[in-house]
Design a binder for this molecule. Structure first.
Ligand code: 7PJ
Length: 281
């Protein structure tokens, strides 16, 4: 799968036609919003089937919890969580699979076993990641994070949040190109909740379209996050309405991939947007 499949040429009268829904499958025992419910292999596969039937275009498998304060996962444990599931999904379903990882070895094994996209919250900054991706042709999502999951929410600071994140993207795009990863394979994600205050997250959402100037597809992930929960004072199980509102805004701002837990509801919201985007008779 190439990014051109993820982001075909935009047609001006159908601006939401190319939006893809990425369904989140967390396989970490401590992932915050599923509470470990899908850590079991079979229930994970059922969850995948449901998301596909609900209209997911991509399934994003995450074997490392990156929620604020989360513990690191070692390579062997992450491989054990991710690879068998990836193999099972690719053998049972015809669906694009993305692997949410920051480890070169997990990226390498995932690509060998059929991963279609690598999604890295550390934007290929860890040792060996650029080299692994340079040897392959899969698209890569480069996410912005200030600090590291354990400490990132302590005191996030920016001179100008959009300009600072744009600068980060430019330097990572350059690093990728120097390593031999073609720019056309890259997807950009400002990383909602990763080293951003509540206010900064909403500044970002309001101005997401500004990243379109970099000429790459934008991925947006706000689903069930604290930026929704803290604004509305809602527990993680009660963030659907707020999450849908953020998804709709992200789509209107030109995001091409929306990363969500609630696929069915987000697909419905997307269809409503598509309906109003049709030219009137
Ligand atoms: C994101 C992610 C995100 C991308 C996580 C959670 C925390 N990958 N992985 N973007 N968030 N690309 O789902 O709340 O926002 S893990």
């Amino acid at each position: 799968m190439s990014t051109s499949k993820l982001n075909p040429a935009e047609s001006p009268d159908k601006p939401f036609q190319q939006v893809k829904i990425m369904g989140i499958l967390n396989v970490t025992p401590d992932s915050f919003s599923d509470g470990g419910k899908f850590s079991h292999f079979d229930s994970a596969l059922i969850q995948v089937e449901t998301m596909i039937n609900d209209g997911a275009d991509i399934i994003d498998i995450g074997g490392e919890s990156t929620r604020p304060g989360a513990a690191e996962v070692n390579e062997q444990d992450e491989l054990k969580r991710v690879i068998p599931l990836l193999k099972a999904i690719k053998s049972k379903f015809d669906i694009c699979v993305s692997i949410d990882t920051s480890k070169a070895k997990v990226m390498e094994e995932s690509i060998i076993h059929g991963a279609d996209v690598i999604n890295d919250v550390r934007a290929l900054q860890n040792e060996g990641c650029l080299a692994v991706l340079a040897q392959s042709s899969v698209p890569v999502c480069l996410m912005h994070m200030q600090g590291l999951p354990r400490t990132m929410q302590a005191k996030p600071q920016y001179d100008n949040i959009i300009a600072d994140i744009k600068k980060f993207f430019e330097s990572r795009i350059q690093a990728c190109e120097q390593a031999g990863i073609n720019k056309s394979r890259l997807i950009l994600d400002p990383g909602f909740g990763f080293g951003k205050t509540l206010e900064q997250n909403y500044q970002l959402l309001a101005q997401l379209a500004k990243f379109k100037a970099l000429g790459l597809p934008i991925l947006s992930g706000t689903s069930r996050k604290s930026m929704v929960g803290n604004l509305l004072n809602r527990d993680v199980t009660e963030r659907l309405s707020g999450s849908l509102a953020t998804a709709i805004i992200a789509m209107q701002q030109g995001a091409k991939i929306i990363r969500v837990h609630d696929v069915k509801e987000t697909v419905d919201a997307l269809k409503v947007l598509q309906a109003v985007a049709q030219p009137t008779e």
